[in-house]
Design a protein around this ligand. Structure first.
Ligand SMILES: CC(=O)SCCNC(=O)CCNC(=O)[C@H](O)C(C)(C)COP(=O)(O)OP(=O)(O)OC[C@H]1O[C@@H](n2cnc3c(N)ncnc32)[C@H](O)[C@@H]1OP(=O)(O)O
Length: 414
């Protein structure tokens, strides 16, 4: 009997949810309320299941997403999520079937890229995805950090920190998030549901514990950043406070706001440790501390994976710091985006067209995602053998064109 891969009907959605939970090693039960909530936010036309007789044995869903590019532009993405195959049906090609159906539909729709956050590193490279951004997480030993607690809440730049609540964050947060996307590449947009879930509304997958919220206002009165964080309640035998503050969400679009929010978090009495949550690897946090060794790196891990579907749009949607031209041979075994392209770029704009000229650099489509979002050095990729230099010195020229002062990063997990 063959296993059928197709979209899921509304009546099949509860079973699809149970299959999803089984695949993610969560208890395979789902309440009616949760099904109703998830159904309201799922596009069934983009929700795939694999059916073995009448049992759902694989899940796969995608949705429309906007992703910021270098220089503040944006690309429409096919965001892929909730990918599972039941343990009974693994390694029989079900993921490959669902992926090729979804990527073909995305290409047909005209999406420029597909995105996902990978459960395990080795899964998605074979489908042309490259790890376009990385995330770091730090644990700060506050007592060793050396920040002056007298400045907590009263930054020297004339701005201020105010405590606030989820309702206010739902009002001011979206603009802060949009402004972040304008200055950092790789930021995925957060929809209304994301703001609700992040502030305690809607169906929560874990019991909700109200966090603390604080926001930074510049001297002008504009909100430039905010943080939500939780704290535990731990004291040691000598009656010393050993509490940990854990950042749930910190979004800031100016360096002043980032500095002020970290300073605030690292100056709260009773807090001995601050866990940063996932941050851009070039977050100012460690170097902001008078003793950077007080920030221990807990995590350094791949974050947003990108699959380029439209080379021209991807390369024309970003800015370039210098003038330069390159002919790129993009190999794509799946035939979705490959070809030879000439990129003429300058700070005034870029044009990318198909060409038959000889190539300067040749690489698989996965490397284009890594280069286009500016995170990785073309020279390093060439040294790794992931980029082939067919014209001497081309990797160094690509390095100057593609690299960005801020590493790409998205604070949102999907
Ligand atoms: C965006 C997200 O949702 S990330 C979440 C992904 N889901 C999970 O990790 C949940 C647990 N795992 C699973 O459900 C499944 O193992 C999946 C979805 C990862 C893979 O599904 P499968 O149907 O087994 O994959 P499929 O048979 O299509 O594999 C295709 C190829 O990928 C390889 N592959 C699949 N999973 C993995 C893995 N975890 N690690 C390394 N290689 C893998 C297979 O070996 C196969 O290689 P081959 O073509 O050289 O033989």
């Amino acid at each position: 009997m063959t296993v059928d891969v197709r979209t899921v009907a509304e009546s099949e959605f509860p079973d699809w949810q149970r299959a999803l939970r089984t695949g993610f090693l969560r208890p395979p039960v789902v309440s009616d309320a949760e099904v109703a909530d998830r159904l309201a936010h799922a596009d069934l036309g983009r929700t795939l299941g694999a059916f073995d007789r009448d049992r759902i044995v694989a899940t796969f869903r995608s949705f429309r997403q906007e992703v910021s590019t270098v220089g503040g532009g944006s690309l429409t993405a096919d965001a892929i999520t909730q990918v599972t195959v039941s343990p009974t049906h693994r390694r029989r090609g079900l993921l490959s079937r669902m992926m090729s159906a979804d990527l073909a539909a995305a290409k047909e729709r005209g999406d420029a890229i597909a995105t996902l956050i990978a459960a395990e590193y080795p899964i998605y490279g074979r489908y042309g995805f490259g790890s376009a951004s990385w995330a770091a997480e730090w644990s700060v030993d506050v007592r060793r950090a050396g920040l002056d607690p007298r400045r907590s809440g009263r930054p020297e730049d004339g701005g201020r920190i105010d405590l606030t609540d989820g309702e206010e964050i739902r009002k001011v947060g979206p603009e802060v998030h949009r402004r972040l996307a304008a200055v950092r590449a790789g930021v995925t947009d957060r929809d209304a549901r994301g703001w609700e879930l992040g502030t305690g509304l809607g169906h929560q997958s874990e019991p909700w514990r109200e966090p603390y919220y604080a926001m930074y206002r510049a001297e002008s009165g504009e909100v430039e950043g905010y943080v939500s964080y939780s704290a535990d309640d731990k004291w040691d035998d000598a009656k010393q406070p050993v509490n940990t503050a854990t950042v749930r969400d910190l979004i800031a679009f100016t360096p002043a706001a980032e500095r002020a929010l970290w300073h605030y978090l690292c100056s709260i009495d009773w807090i001995a440790t601050v866990r940063s949550g996932y941050r851009a690897p070039d977050d100012p946090l460690p170097l902001l501390l008078p003793d950077p060794r007080a920030a221990r790196t807990l995590t350094y891990v791949d974050m947003l994976w990108v699959r380029v579907l439209d080379v021209v749009r991807v390369l024309e949607s970003r800015t370039y710091p210098v003038e330069g031209s390159l002919v790129l041979d993009v190999r794509d075994a799946d035939g979705l985006a490959g070809g030879r392209f000439r990129l003429d770029a300058s700070p005034a704009g870029a044009s990318c067209v198909r060409t038959s000229e000889s190539a300067d650099l040749a690489f698989d489509v996965a490397e284009l995602a890594v280069l286009a979002f500016g995170d990785e050095s073309a020279v390093r990729l060439a040294r790794l053998g992931r980029v082939e230099e067919t014209t001497a010195g081309a990797a160094a020229r690509a390095e100057l064109l593609f690299r960005t002062p801020l590493r790409p990063f998205s604070p949102d997990i999907f």
